[in-house]
Structures are given as C-alpha cells and as structure tokens.
Design a protein around this ligand. Structure first.
Ligand SMILES: NC(=O)c1ccc[n+]([C@@H]2O[C@H](COP(=O)([O-])OP(=O)(O)OC[C@H]3O[C@@H](n4cnc5c(N)ncnc54)[C@H](OP(=O)(O)O)[C@@H]3O)[C@@H](O)[C@H]2O)c1
Length: 372
C-alpha cells in the first residue's frame, strides 16, 4: 500500500496536470498532432458559446460602440427565438439611447438594435410558428441586433418572403411597420387622398411613399438632395420637393392646385409642424413620426380647417396591431410592391460611422444596415 502511494501517486498527478494544461497550451498550436483533437474541441465550443457583437459599455458618442468578440450567445427561453443575424437595421433612436439622454436607459453593457433579418437558429420549447432554418425579420429584439445572434420574442418575429434580401428584410420591422401605422391606422389615409411624406428619402419615408402609392393615394415627397428627390419619385411619388430650398412649400401648394394635402407623414415636426398646418386641406391630418425639439404653432389654423395632429408610436405590447400590420405587408413583400431601399451597408466594426451617418445632415438615401 505504501509502495503504491510512493510510486504511483506522483505519476497520476503528473498525468492529471498534463491533461488539465492541454487545452490552453494547444490553442496556439493546431499543427501539433497531440494537440489537434483538443484544440478542435476548444474552438468549436468557443464558436458555439460566444459571438461578435457591438456593445456600449458607457453612454456617450459613436466611439462608445465597441466590437467585442467574446459575448455569450443568448439562449431563447420558452416563447423566444434565436436568430442568426444577416443584417441589422440602424435607427435614429439607437443613437439617442447610446447617448444616455433618452427617457429610457438600457442597462450596460448594452447591444443596440431592434430590427434585423436572418435565419432562425433555435427556438424555445413553447414556440410554434417558427423552426430552425426559417427566413425571418424582427420588429424588436430582447438582446440587441447589432450582433451575430439575437434573441427575440416570438411575437416580434415575422416571415421574410423569398423575394426580399436580408438587407431589405432589416428595413421591414421599424420603418415599414411605422409607416403603415402612421398612414393607415393613425392618419386614416384612403385611396384618392393626397399624401405628403415630409422627409421621404429615409427609411420610414420611402416605406410611406411605397405604401401610399400601393393603396391608391397621390403621393408627394420631400428630400434634401437631387439623388434623394429622384429616389422618392422612383419609390412612387408623383412629385418631389427639396425641403432645403426656400419656398418649397409654395410649390407643394401649387402642385395641389391650392387645395392642400389630406395627410402629412412628418419626419421632423420640430421644424415643419407649422408649415404642415398651412399645407393641410380642410379636415386633413398630420401624423407626427419624427421630432427632435420644440416648435411654436398657431392652433387657429387647426380650428379654421378642422384639422388634426396625431402622434405615432406602436405601443410595445400591441401584439394585435403588429399582426394586423404584418398581414397587410406580407402580400407587398411577396408581390414586389414593397421594395426597401438600402442606402449603405456597414460592418460591425463600422457601427460608430453608421450612428454618425444616421443622424448627420448628409443627404439620406434609404436604409442603413449593419452586416455582421
Ligand atoms: N414614432 C416612431 O415610432 C418612429 C419610428 C421610426 C423612426 N422615427 C423617427 O422618425 C424620423 C425618421 O426616421 P428614419 O428612420 O426614416 O430616419 P432617416 O432614414 O435618417 O431619414 C430621415 C429623413 O428626414 C429627412 N429630413 C431632413 N431634414 C428634413 C426637413 N427639414 N424636413 C423634412 N424632412 C427632413 C431626411 O431627408 P434628407 O436627408 O434627404 O434631407 C430623411 O428623409 C427620425 O426622427 C426617427 O427617430 C419614429
């Protein structure tokens, strides 16, 4: 017994310590045949357990968006879906959240992003609508979409029809859902109405133009550059006007023979709301989608024309509204009358640049997307 302890115990300890050290020492050396099996195991395990993602560790400017490569891949719970992200949309609101000055402050470290498109990787046990391999787009994300993988509640996942690319799918969630909500559900626009999309060259603007055209409305749109003006006409506007040029609202009035427009989808209310009230026809409606400050308006105009101003924000728990909107949009994606326009693609390392661009005064030409 004593001989066993004296001779065999040190040998066992030597083998044990060698075995424990093996994975670490082998990570660097894939060519060593002794190490190759262990290193394959290690890299596969790492690949399965971690992902690259853009994270904010402290609130502030675009430089606070850091590309991290060791972020745990999130696990979907009962009614959640894990999506392999192929493209994530960049929305102005993500820049407000990143600054830390918005009314909501996400806990840090935080992965920005809500809408994306990709392929279902895994579903929770209570998920019935989707399975691994399905092409989908999301309206919202639980864990953030500027990442290789994102977890989303099943109710915020929708089928991405084959005609649309993943990049286009990343423009469906917030832009098209918001455009439909603004135009049809809030402003109650109908076929035959004259609709002005004030700020039509961006994500929500192009979506609003395409939907209004498809529903039989006469569409006017504004943009701030020659390319933007052309883009807006190509999306279906009868005429486009440059909102950076003085007197452009007079031209819109002339285009409507002085009667004004029935509906305005407004992307920058703090600049345009008073002009909008002047541009409205009797009984018309301004739907405020975007706003970045205060403005003084003359409510008398509302009185005289019996016009309305409505706010637009899909309530977070409005499952029925999202189902209704998705049902209306699916045929457009299938039949081709919904064609999201991609302005620019960024890698995850370029997320800071994407944030600078989405709120810059440079001309907008469609949706900005991050491709992991
Ligand atoms: N309420 C909601 O639920 C909701 C949802 C999504 C977005 N939003 C908000 O809606 C706004 C638009 O979002 P987005 O994603 O479409 O942004 P985007 O893609 O960056 O587009 C911004 C648009 O605003 C236009 N614009 C610039 N100056 C303007 C002016 N003086 N008058 C009218 N338009 C002007 C831009 O035109 P040029 O660049 O050609 O000048 C561009 O068409 C943002 O403020 C965003 O935060 C709100």
């Amino acid at each position: 017994m004593n001989y066993c302890v004296i001779y065999f115990l040190p040998i066992c300890l030597l083998f044990l310590s060698f075995a424990l050290c093996l994975p670490d020492s082998c990570q660097e050396s894939t060519e060593d045949p002794i190490c190759s099996k262990a290193s394959m195991h290690v890299s596969r395990t790492l690949h399965q357990a971690t992902m690259r993602a853009v994270r904010v560790h402290a609130f502030g400017g675009p430089d606070k968006l850091k590309l991290d490569s060791d972020v745990p891949i999130p696990e979907p719970n009962e009614k959640q879906v894990l999506v392999r992200v192929h493209a994530a949309g960049v929305n102005p609101v993500e820049t407000y959240l990143r600054q830390g000055t918005y009314h909501i402050k996400p806990p840090l470290p935080w992965i920005p992003g809500n809408d994306c498109a990709g392929v279902v990787e895994k579903v929770g046990p209570g998920v019935s609508k989707y399975k691994t391999g399905d092409r989908v787009f999301t309206y919202k994300s639980v864990t953030g979409s500027y990442a290789e993988y994102t977890v989303t509640n099943e109710k915020d996942v929708f089928t991405l029809p084959a005609p649309l690319s993943f990049q286009q799918g990343a423009a469906m969630g917030i832009p098209y859902f918001t455009a439909y909500h603004a135009l049809i559900l809030r402003a109650k626009a109908k076929a035959g109405h004259k609709v002005l999309v004030h700020g039509a060259s961006g994500s929500v603007g192009i979506a609003s133009v395409q939907l209004a055209k498809a529903y039989g409305m006469t569409v006017y749109g504004t943009a701030g550059s020659p390319e933007g003006l052309e883009l807006v006409r190509n999306a279906g506007a009868k005429m486009s006007f440059n909102h950076r040029q003085p007197g452009y609202t007079d031209k819109i009035m002339e285009a409507t023979d002085g009667s004004g427009v029935d509906v305005i989808i407004e992307m920058l209310a703090n600049v345009n709301l008073q002009k909008d009230l002047e541009l409205l026809a009797r009984g018309g409606t301004v739907a405020v989608v975007g706003n970045r400050g205060n403005i003084e308006i003359n409510p008398r105009l509302m009185m005289l024309k019996e016009s309305s101003i409505v706010g637009v924000l899909i309530p977070p728990d409005a499952e029925a509204i999202k189902l209704q909107i998705n049902a209306a949009l699916q045929p457009g994606m299938e039949q081709g009358w919904i064609q999201p326009v991609i302005g620019k693609e960024y890698s995850m390392a370029e997320a800071g640049q994407a944030h600078e661009d989405v709120v810059s005064t440079k001309p907008t030409l469609g949706r900005l997307v991050i491709v992991p």
